[in-house]
Ligand binder design. Structure first.
Ligand code: MCN
Ligand code: MOS
Length: 762
């Protein structure tokens, strides 16, 4: 297929409002005009303000907290410490397991990381709370901290992560060509523009929480369990979210503090984390170290891959960043071994950041294969084709769809890869060294069951309700398109309501699964509503269609007619009024009939019912190839990414305009990861020193070149109801190694520690 054909396929001329159309974001105007109301913007009667006090040591015990000055400061309503906060119960983990029945305190006596919440002040105004929080005096019994991965031992083996076949060590030792190197990624943060925080209000034993959330039902469950109230008593509201990137899926300690304070005071409490607290109150991406050893024959065919990975986790919390995720599936190899350890350090427990696992995993394997290509004198794109995995080498199952060969071909053509001169340092533009690099990326298709409510109202308009969310991905828009197309109504007649846990339930928005889950559910629910509408039109004695004796009718542009256009034609509103109905409502879902109510509850409030991507006969993944050009200033060591062409396979696209925007967002984040992002820990205090958006470097417009994305996907019936695969996380995977490989091509220097800052190049 040529680039021209692919472009044509990507903008397949679908009508804007249909699935596959390039409809602009339906929530755009509300956001641009300020009409969109975010969680902290609620104006509540009697609102009070909470501010947290964080530990200034990384390890030890709180010896004493002197709250007297704070308590008597102006406007202060309460100062909470581990001794005075109301007792809570331990909540279950995200699999739904309750680790203990014991008590839980979101304010700590035992400090395991710098910035951990140890006290909180609630006052009439925010300024009063900030001033009083500064008066809380804490003394500590400090103990030595484990600052980062390099302080740790080999760590704790995570046996469940081990993947092995053949005899990898022996095959590596016997291979005629070998490369082996270590690759490191630092602690990175999601750094969403909207901070974390919430407003909590109790009315009797009913709790309402306005909080930006990627998972209303899961967080509602946690709040309910902390306070020992029924799940239904907690209402989470989160209609708009200023970015999450994985960080907003769980209820966290600061949420427990605010909800407890609201209960204790009998008044609503607003608690928003300041920017540094955003770097310590939830976990960023764990720092990782990997060694990748590849043995190959002289023709470049891989004989063995031996992979060892380590990631940091917390002293009292477990996070595994699966570093073998891409290593084990990207290339065909007869012998393979991947193992992973974790090392406990004094940090808040790390968390999910866009493509957890796949992202750092791709950095290891996609740099290592570039090193192998160089060693052999084979083109780095060619070596990927030589080792192309025709099936999932780990699961030993065919791919559902894998348009990766097409991605390489189409990407290379659009980029002009054939003009690459192979030797490092052989391309320049005046003082600037030019490098061209390539890397592949992938993300599994995660699936779950979903439900949605579709209402056809008396005026013919349509409402879709779901407790799922839109943090910028485009959920509002694609669900409006799905309902409009299925029901045959103009898209302006559809309004989508999201972000309220009292709507039809939805599981977590994570792992790039929501679009597939929710388009499936809305397609189901809208189909049922349509069946009911047509059934009514055919059978109701008051219906003008009844005497047609037809066996079906069609709805187009919001009007009901017979398929051949004979007889009457009525708008939905006219029809509903003729038959004396004020609407039609259908709750549709993709939930198996065998599910009990408890299964359904688990489906929405835990991740335990997610369907494995290798379930049944296929292995399901999205795929991509990134080709990048960098320009390196030899004297100053500065790296600029000057061109990116990415060809991506996310199956069928529900909305190419939004999918392209998602991919580009991921690619931009990947450029930041490659060149800028790094959480720097002060070795004396175990503290993140650049915990703010000025010192934690993120790319700005000036850092980002024109990015070309090309869709090479084909509909994948094994991945979702409408044939789409995941989009949200795919784009970031493989960007950092493509840039590192381009930097090597430009300079002849292999930088294996991210980010690639100038001092590593000169
Ligand atoms: N889409 C499409 N065709 C498909 C699949 C998706 O057109 N076959 C488009 C749709 O516009 C859809 C969007 O891509 O709304 C994302 O769909 P999907 O890949 O299913 O991902 P989710 O909706 O589950 O979103 C979560 C995903 C994750 S896990 C992170 S992390 C992430 C991301 O999305 N965080 C984001 N994208 C983000 N985008 C913004 N603006 N902000 C974040 O915090
Ligand atoms: Mo995304 S990191 O799975 O929320």
């Amino acid at each position: 297929m040529t680039v021209h054909d692919m472009k044509h396929a990507a903008s397949d001329g679908a009508r804007l409002e249909a699935v596959g159309g390039r409809l602009s974001r339906v929530d755009g105007p509300a956001k641009i005009t300020g009409a969109a109301r975010y969680a902290f913007e609620q104006q509540l009667e009697g609102l009070t303000h909470g501010v947290l006090v964080g530990a200034t040591i990384a390890a030890g015990k709180v010896a004493a907290i002197d709250t007297r000055a704070a308590e008597t400061a102006p406007g202060v309503l309460a100062v909470l410490t581990p001794d005075t906060i109301m007792p809570l119960k331990t909540a279950s983990d995200w699999f739904g397991n309750r680790p203990s029945d014991g008590p839980y305190s979101p304010l700590a006596r035992q400090v395991t990381y710098s910035g951990q919440h140890i006290a909180a002040v609630v006052a009439e105004t925010f300024e009063q709370a900030v001033a009083a929080a500064a008066l809380v005096k804490v003394s500590y019994d400090e103990t030595p901290a484990i600052v980062d991965l390099s302080d740790g031992t080999d760590g704790i083996p995570i046996d469940a992560m081990t993947k092995e076949w053949g005899d990898a060590e022996a095959a590596f030792a016997a291979a005629p060509v070998r490369v082996c190197a270590a690759y490191n990624t630092p602690r990175e943060f999601q750094a969403a523009m909207e901070p974390h925080g919430l407003i909590a209000r109790w009315e009797g034993d009913k709790l309402t929480i306005w909080e930006p959330s990627q998972w209303l039902d899961g967080m509602a469950r946690t709040y309910a369990e902390w306070f020992g109230v029924p799940f239904e008593n907690v209402r989470m509201v989160s209609p708009y979210i200023g970015g999450g990137f994985g960080s907003k899926a769980l209820a966290l300690a600061h949420g427990a503090v605010a909800a407890a304070a609201a209960k204790m005071l009998g008044r609503p409490v607003k608690l928003v984390l300041n920017r540094p607290q955003n770097f310590t109150s939830y976990g960023g991406r764990a720092a990782t170290r990997q060694t990748v050893a590849i043995g190959a024959d002289k023709a470049g065919r891989i004989q063995s891959i031996v992979h060892r990975g380590v990631n940091e986790t917390a002293i009292d919390g477990m996070w595994v960043e699966p570093l073998g995720a891409v290593t084990s599936i990207m290339y065909a190899t007869p012998n393979f071994s991947s193992k992973q350890n974790v090392v406990r350090v004094n940090t808040v427990v790390p968390g999910a950041k866009r493509a957890p696992g796949e992202n750092p995993s791709a950095f290891g394997i996609e740099c290592a294969i570039d090193e192998l290509a160089h060693e052999l004198g084979i083109d780095p794109l060619e070596i990927r084709l030589i080792n192309y995995a025709e099936q999932d080498p780990h699961a030993k199952k065919p791919w559902s769809t894998r348009q990766l060969r097409e991605a390489f071909a189409v990407g290379a053509e659009a980029f002009g890869w054939a003009k690459r001169s192979p030797a490092p340092r052989s391309m320049r533009d005046g003082r600037l060294l030019i490098g061209w690099g390539v890397a592949a990326g992938t993300y599994p298709v995660r699936r779950a069951h979903g439900e949605a409510l579709v209402k056809i109202l008396a005026d013919g308009s349509v409402e879709v309700e779901s407790s799922s969310i839109d943090m910028g991905q485009g959920t509002y828009t694609i669900l409006a398109q799905t309902a409009a197309e299925t029901l045959g109504v103009p898209v302006e007649q559809v309004s989508v309501k999201l972000g309220d846990s009292h709507f039809a339930r939805a599981g977590v928005t994570g792992g790039s699964r929501l679009a597939g889950v929710m388009t499936g559910a809305v397609y189901k629910a809208a189909g049922q509503a349509l069946d009911e509408l047509i059934g009514l039109a055919l059978s109701d004695p008051r219906s003008p269609f009844q005497k047609l004796q037809a066996n079906t009718l069609v709805v187009k542009d919001g009007r009901i007619a017979s398929p051949r256009g004979e007889g009457p034609e009525l708008s939905i509103a006219e029809f509903l009024s003729t038959v004396g109905r004020d609407g039609i409502e259908a709750k549709g879902d993709t939930v198996p009939a065998s599910f009990t109510p408890e299964d359904r509850y688990r489906n929405y409030t835990t991740i335990s019912m997610a369907i494995p991507h290798t379930e049944g006969n296929y292995s399901r993944h999205s795929w991509c190839a990134h080709l990048v050009e960098v320009r390196v200033d030899e004297d100053f060591g500065t790296v600029r990414v000057s061109r990116v062409v990415s060809a991506l396979d996310s199956g069928r696209l529900y909305n190419p305009k939004l999918a392209e925007s998602q991919w580009k967002g991921g690619i931009i984040m990947g450029i930041g990861q490659a060149l800028l992002e790094e959480g720097i820990v002060d070795r004396r205090h175990g503290r993140i020193v650049n915990g703010n958006l000025a010192d934690y470097m993120l790319p700005t417009n000036a850092d980002i070149p024109d990015i070309q994305t090309i869709s090479v996907g084909i509909p994948d019936p094994h991945s979702s109801a409408l044939g789409g695969k995941g989009v949200g996380e795919l784009g970031i995977v493989g960007v950092a190694p493509a840039i590192a490989n381009a930097v090597f091509h430009a300079t002849g220097k292999r930088v294996r520690d991210l980010p690639i800052t100038l001092e590593k190049l000169i």
